[in-house]
Design a protein around this ligand. Structure first.
Ligand SMILES: Nc1ncnc2c1ncn2[C@@H]1O[C@H](COP(=O)(O)OP(=O)(O)OP(=O)(O)O)[C@@H](O)[C@H]1O
Length: 584
């Protein structure tokens, strides 16, 4: 029974879980544990009382004790019922609170992680962890507390009753216990392996479901239903098979236990028969002994199997702590200070950077982006344009060198103050489920309705919003699926407008908007960029013309920079890109 706790890793996990949970739910657990002790004591008393009933009534014929003994029986069972209620009440309250706490903690930790973490972990795994790991923590705690408090104490009390009444007979049972534990131990190892695989298959179900929902257009248009179904069915069957395997192993413990317990009880009955009939023993003592033995069977069985039941939950708890302990991929320095306001000059100073496990993108890279001006980044695919935006937003830290805002190294700034300064319009506009009003307001949550509408007007979005039946209360659907591409873009510009940040980062969409949408988008952009340091990854001629400076990148190096006309005259890389990429 205790070998589980000798496995040091499981021991550490359970002790940590108990410590953290008990600290937060002292009262709930305290009340549950006290009631469990009462349950154990009343169970022992209910066996003991049989001795009184038999000896007092049958042997001594004490009619005067009938009322007293009957009252004692009533009190024992009343107390037991009440204690069971209190225990169940507090265990479920605390259990639900633990799931909620853990889910909050898991989410906070995931949210604090940098973008690198999200690239390395699939979203389906995160979803599965959110639902499974918190539930696992609760099941493990429930099992540990009920088994090692209620069941173990009940068993100790009942064994005490047995030894007290019939010391010699009790020995028979002590031989059986270790044999049962040995049998269960052998099964345990196999359960551990299957439990781990089951979690992986669960993640796979979420993963396939997610891909079906997100990629539904591709699935339908390429007729991929059959292929997707095959993947889903396989994942579902894997979970089913693993659940069956675990159930079979768990069920296999039952016959082992039943047979051994049956033999022990039969042996005890046999010996006690002789003891009463020929040994002159008091029948009451034998009755109390047999009752205690029968009552001990269930808690003993649960205790012998507790490690198997714990095994599936402990996999989830282990994963939960792994997530909690994983270092943050991008953390704020302990002595980080808010960025001081400034005109908005950005400088890359001798920056070297490589994505994890990838070749370097920049080596000794220098670039200054003028305050309040618009700089367009152009260059072949893979030249490092998006990486420049990533480093400005501090999605990653350079391995050496620094990125400065008005002379302040951003890696020493609080993340909050850094992101406050930036408004970002991404190429693949992302809208959250909810209304148009909600989506624009995410730019600045304190904005009034009037400010939201003003931003929408400036972004040329107000007219189309007003033309819908519900106006600003129109639901946008999952990731804005109920709006057109151009409408989504203008909403994301309105969001950036509302933010009114000093620095604007824009990853211009390459998707061809129709002429009218593009004109509306360009006008909106023009308004947004006035007086702000704007860095735009340019795909459109109109944007390049608008820019004060064009920086031409190739293989992580600045090849040329200057205004459009000057660069065009030089007849270098820009001219080539201009002809192949930017010219309509
Ligand atoms: N998350 C990542 N992990 C590893 N390598 C990456 C990652 N993102 C980009 N890269 C690599 O870094 C290099 C620069 O990529 P970047 O996205 O900055 O180029 P880009 O100029 O924006 O290209 P495009 O115009 O095609 O978007 C490329 O070689 C790319 O493969």
């Amino acid at each position: 029974m205790f070998r589980f706790f000798r496995s040091t890793e499981n021991q550490r996990l359970i002790i940590r879980l108990l410590k953290e949970s008990f600290r937060e739910h002292k009262f709930g657990y305290g009340a549950a544990i006290v009631s469990m002790l009462v349950v154990a004591a009343t169970t022992g008393a209910s066996a003991w009382i049989l001795r009184e009933i038999t000896n007092e009534f049958v042997i001594y014929k004490r009619i005067d004790r009938v009322n007293l003994i009957a009252a004692a029986v009533a009190v024992i069972f009343l107390l037991k019922g009440l204690a069971n209620f209190v225990q169940a009440y507090f265990m479920s309250r605390v259990g639900n609170a633990i799931i909620a706490d853990r889910q909050r903690k898991i989410y906070d930790r995931i949210l604090a992680q940098g973008i690198e973490f999200y690239h390395a972990t699939s979203s389906s795994e995160l979803i599965a962890r959110m639902t499974n790991n918190a539930q696992a923590a609760r099941s493990v705690l429930d099992l540990v507390v009920t088994s090692y408090v209620r069941d173990l104490v009940t068993l100790i009390v009942l064994v005490a009753v047995m030894v007290w009444q019939q010391p010699a007979l009790s020995l028979i049972c002590f031989v059986v216990g270790p044999v049962a534990i040995y049998g269960v131990n052998r099964i345990l190892k196999r359960v551990r392996k299957i439990a781990k695989m089951e979690f992986r298959s669960l993640g796979q179900i979420v993963h396939v479901m997610q891909e079906t929902a997100i990629g539904v257009r591709v699935v339908k248009s390429f007729n991929l239903e059959g292929a997707m179904r095959k993947r889903m069915y396989k994942a579902v069957s894997d979970v089913q098979n693993r659940a069956n395997n675990i159930a079979t192993l768990e069920a296999a413990t039952s016959p082992v236990m039943e047979t051994l317990a049956g033999l022990a009880i039969a042996g005890a009955v046999l010996v006690s028969g002789f003891l009463v009939l020929e040994g002159g023993q008091m029948p009451g003592n034998i009755m109390a002994f047999i009752a205690a033995l029968l009552l001990a069977y269930e808690p003993a069985k649960r205790l012998a199997r507790v490690r198997i039941s714990l095994e599936t939950g402990i996999v989830g708890v282990r994963m939960m702590f792994q997530l909690a302990d994983r270092p943050l991929t991008l953390a704020e320095k302990p002595d980080a200070k808010p960025l001081q306001p400034g005109p908005g000059k950005i400088r890359f100073d001798n920056v070297s950077f490589a994505y994890p496990e990838s070749p370097p993108v920049f080596e000794g890279f220098n670039l200054t982006l003028a305050a309040g001006k618009m700089t367009a980044l152009v260059g072949p695919s893979g030249s490092g344009k998006s990486t420049i935006l990533n480093l400005i937003m501090r999605m990653y830290d350079p391995q050496s060198g620094k990125v400065e805002f008005d002379g302040q190294d951003i890696s020493f700034a609080t993340l909050d103050s850094l992101r406050q300064k930036i408004a970002y319009v991404s190429q693949d506009t992302f809208l959250f489920a909810g209304t148009i009003m909600h989506n624009i307001r995410l730019g600045r949550e304190s904005a009034t309705d009037e400010e939201v509408i003003a931003a929408a007007k400036a972004a040329n979005a107000h007219d189309f919003i007003s033309a819908t039946a519900k106006g600003y209360d129109t639901e946008v659907g999952e990731n804005g699926s109920l709006l057109s591409g151009g409408q989504r873009q203008r909403i994301s510009i309105a969001r950036a407008m509302l933010r009114d940040a000093e620095i604007l980062l824009l990853d211009e969409a390459t998707s061809a908007l129709d002429a009218e949408s593009e004109a509306l988008f360009r006008d909106a952009l023009q308004q947004l960029t006035v007086g702000r340091t704007t860095i735009v990854i340019a795909h459109r001629l109109s944007t390049v013309h608008q820019a004060d400076t064009i920086v031409v990148l190739e293989n992580g190096k600045v090849r040329e920079s200057g205004p459009h006309k000057t660069l065009l005259k030089q007849g270098g890389l820009y001219q080539k890109l201009y002809e192949y990429q930017l010219m309509p």
